[in-house]
Each structure stands twice: as C-alpha cells, then as structure tokens.
Design a protein around this ligand. Structure first.
Ligand code: BGC
Length: 494
C-alpha cells in the first residue's frame, strides 16, 4: 500500500513539521494486515462468547426471526423505521409473484430534541406519525388492525419477537426512562390512545431487516450489515449453537437470526488500536465505555475523529497549522459529519481547491496548500481505517460459520456514500482471509458485500409475514401470545 503519497498531489512541498505529523497520523491510523488478522481472530472468540450464558461484550441478541423468506410471502404490512434522522412509515404489499413487493411510504423528520427528550415525547411523536400515515392513506376505511414490523435499531433483549428490552441507547440517543424496559407496551399504549388500528407483530433490528430483505431476492445472502450512523450486523445461527437458549429445548437445527450488536466489540480494549482521539470521543459521549468498535468506524463519529485531530494539531502539536486563523468554528463538537470527509476524499482537483473552499465556507479557515495535503491524507486515513476495521467483523462471522463464499447485504450512509469504502473493505477481507492476488477488488470476490434491499421497509414487513406464517403453522417459539397475534392481525398468510 502506498502509505506516503496521497491519492492526488504530492507531498514534495509539505514542510518538515507537517510531514512529521502526517507520518505520526499514518502510524496511528493505519491498521496493517497482521493487526487485522489479530482483531478478526479475537472477534470470532467474542461472537462465540456472546452466545453463551455468561456472555461477553457483544450482546449476540436472538431475534426470534427464525426463517429466511422463500420469495412467496404475501400480504399487506406496515413498517416503521425509527432511524437517527428520519422516521419512515411504509405500507408494503407482498404479491403472489416471487420476490416482488409494492411500497408506499412517508418520511417524517425526527426533531433533534427528541433524541435527548423524554420517553413520552418519543412515543407520542411516533404514534402521531403513524396516525397521520393511516389517516392519509386509508381515509374513511374501516380497517382491521394492520400487522406492523417496527425497526428499532438499538440493542434490545427479546424474549419474544414482539418484545424488546432496550439494553442501552446508542448513536447519541439519550432518552431517560427507556433503558432496561420493554419498549413495546408504551409504544402500543400511545397507539391505543389514538385508536390507531395497528398491531405490532415484530420488533426488528435494521441489520436483521437488511439480512431478510436481501435474502428475499438472493439465496446466497448470509449476513446483513449496516454501515451508517451506527454499525452492526446480523446473521443466521442454528439454535444448537446458542447455549444461552439451551433451557428452551429448541430443535438444534432451527435457524435463528442473531443481531450481533458488534458495535460493542472490544469494549474492554484488548485489541483495537485506539488513538488518543478515540479515547476523547468515548469520554465525551453520553455512554462512555460502550460501543468501542462503533465509535471507531460509524458515520456518527468519523467527522468528529477528524475534527479532533485537526484541533489537536492546531493547539497542541509541534507544528504550524491554521496559524493566525480563527478556528472557533472548528472547536464545536460534532460540527463535521461523515459527508464532510466524503467531500474531501472526492475532491478531484490536484490543488484540492474544493477542499479549500469547503474549509473557507464551512469553517472560515483559509488553508495553505500543505495544510490541504495534510487534510486530504487525514480524511483518507480515517475513512480507510473505518472500512478496514469493518471488514474484521464480516470476516469474523464468516470464519465462525465456516463460510468461504457468500453474499453480505449492506446498507447505510457510509456504505452507500463514502468514497472507496467498498473497495477498501474488500482489500481488507483479502488480507484477512488470504485470498489470491486477483481478488479483493470488490467484484467477483469469494465474499462479496453488496448493496442491500430496503431492510427497514421490506425487511421488517417480511419478518412480520414470516412470523405470522410460523404462528399459523403452530411454531410458537418466541411468540408471547400466538392466538392474540393471529386474531389481531386478521391477515391471510400462506
Ligand atoms: C445499534 C444497532 C444498529 C446499528 C446500525 C447501532 O448503534 O446499536 O442496533 O443496528 O447502530 O443502525
């Protein structure tokens, strides 16, 4: 790998003090092949540990989604996605035709204050959006309760598929009185108060939704991943390999989707090459000590890592950066997002003029050419580290399951929009798994990470459909009240 040259321009005219800093940052942020292998080996052990009664840092949550779709699921379902920035409500119809779906949807902005407000405000807001959706799309209809797949993308312990005790908030959410409690009853109460005809059938993680939606049209799909504001994966395990469910005497060959919650990998800081900047991010976050892996790779944190480095170079390090400039805008926490880094990495010009203008317009800082070279290199380092570390998780699941070839469905803003993320991840998979020289390009690789189908829409609907189908067949593992579920969702399922 060319560690010293940037993708554009040359470092020839970069003064020694900045060059020294670039070298220091390269050492801090580069994850070499042997480290990648060490991380993924430890990851395999931790995935296994999470499935045991004693557990570990990675929660490995059984989701009670216990089958892949066969493409012939049918029915009409609602899906609700409580993402970080938007709330999305969809109505999905699964027709007779294999692998097809129709979808109508509305998006509602999630007010920023909601993330740190009260539980009541949260559930009321969500119920209001659902009510609006139903009133708009089903005006004057006498509706039977529609079955709903609720994509709730936070770690939750599920004893049943329509149950979920929030383990902890992630992604900067900090709403009091929700952690440690089942999120379903207050959500249902808010719906009942409004008389909204909806029956929650399945509480779904976005990764499980992604896995199932992608498997609807691709039988090679084995893992669903989100590389977005947060980062996580789900895959299908056999019940027999989940010691923490042994007391339920489930047929060991039955499949069970596991929401890994791998953002919590290495919370005990054994293998991840944390930099001083990662330590600051953790300390200043609403949940210090949690989500160690996620905080190094997810979209929410990439811009912040980058900002902390630049600020440190300006204030503390032995170099001259942004001298005589007003850096007050750069001092504001979380003022730069992953899109800011993407933009820098996408600057096509040799003189980095777009990056120059970005700093000028957004931060009021006028950069010199050597500073721009450092900025570009830093963005590459932060983005590359994220992609390479992410690959360790994918490789670990494949190693654990003995999958040498498979498809991985991925979604999220970082995966879809961050330049080179896919190729950098594929290169890292090649290094970890010792693929031949012509592999690791992100195309025709043994393990291929592909853009996923809509997990929190179609995926959540499919999981609701699969649940009802299973209950109809009398397979009631993880179903709290089978009769009530079928009765409430008067839907014909084949
Ligand atoms: C959450 C996961 C989620 C991931 C991606 C993490 O912060 O804990 O439940 O799957 O973000 O949205």
């Amino acid at each position: 790998m060319g560690l010293i040259t940037s993708a554009t321009g040359s470092m020839a005219d970069v003064p020694k003090d900045l060059m020294d800093q670039i070298t220091r940052l390269e050492e801090l942020f580069t994850v070499p092949q042997d480290k990648l292998k060490q991380i993924s080996d430890h990851f395999v052990d931790e995935l296994t540990k999470g499935l045991t009664v004693e557990g570990g840092s990675i929660p490995m949550n059984p989701t009670w989604c216990m089958a892949f779709p066969d493409g012939y699921e049918t029915g009409t379902f609602l899906a609700l996605d409580m993402g970080g920035t938007n709330l999305r409500v969809c109505e999905i119809t699964l027709p007779e035709e294999k692998g097809e779906f129709d979808i109508i949807q509305s998006k509602y902005r999630m007010p920023e204050e909601l993330k740190t407000g009260t539980a009541e405000e949260l559930w009321n807001y969500i119920a209001d959006c659902l009510q609006q959706f139903i009133e708009y799309h089903h005006q004057d209809e006498d509706l039977d309760a529609l079955p709903l797949g609720f994509t709730f993308s936070y770690p939750a312990t599920q004893e049943y598929i329509d149950h979920g005790v929030l383990q902890r908030w992630t992604k900067g959410f900090d709403i009091e009185g929700v952690e440690g409690k089942d999120v379903v009853p207050p959500f249902e109460a808010a719906l009942a108060e409004r008389g909204v005809p909806i029956k929650l059938t399945a509480l779904v993680n976005d990764t499980t939704g992604t896995l199932i939606a992608s498997a609807y049209t691709d039988t090679e799909m084995r893992i669903g991943c989100i590389f977005g504001t947060g980062c996580n994966a789900a895959y299908m395990e056999n019940c027999g390999s989940i010691p923490k469910l042994a007391h339920m005497n489930l047929d060991p060959s039955l499949p069970m989707a596991i929401n890994c919650e791998w953002g919590a990998f290495d919370n005990e800081h054994k293998v991840l090459p944390r930099t001083p900047y990662d330590i600051v991010i953790d300390k200043e976050s609403p949940r210090p000590g949690q989500q160690a892996f996620e905080k190094m790779i997810a979209g929410l944190y990439l811009g912040e890592i980058f900002r902390l480095v630049l600020l440190d170079l300006h204030q503390n390090q032995d170099c001259a950066i942004f001298e005589t400039q007003d850096v007050s805008k750069l001092t504001k926490a979380y003022s730069l997002d992953a899109g800011f880094l993407s933009f820098i990495e996408e600057d096509p010009f040799e003189n980095l003029s777009e990056t120059h203008d970005l700093f000028q317009n957004k931060l009021g800082i006028s950069c010199t050419k050597p500073e721009l070279e450092l900025i570009r290199r830093l963005a590459e380092l932060v983005g590359t580290r994220a992609a390479r570390l992410s690959a360790c998780g994918v490789a670990a699941i494949c190693k654990k399951k003995g999958w040498e070839t498979c498809h991985v469905g991925a979604d999220g803003s970082v995966f879809n929009k961050y330049p080179h993320f896919k190729v950098r991840g594929a290169q890292a998979l090649k290094e970890i798994l010792d693929w031949p020289a012509d592999k690791g390009k992100g195309k025709d690789d043994p393990i291929e990470i592909l853009p996923a189908e809509d997990g929190s829409g179609v995926g959540a609907a499919l999981i609701a459909a699969l649940t009802l189908k299973r209950v109809q067949q009398g397979q009631n593992a993880g179903i709290r009240d089978p009769e009530a579920m079928l009765k409430a969702a008067k839907v014909e399922v084949k």
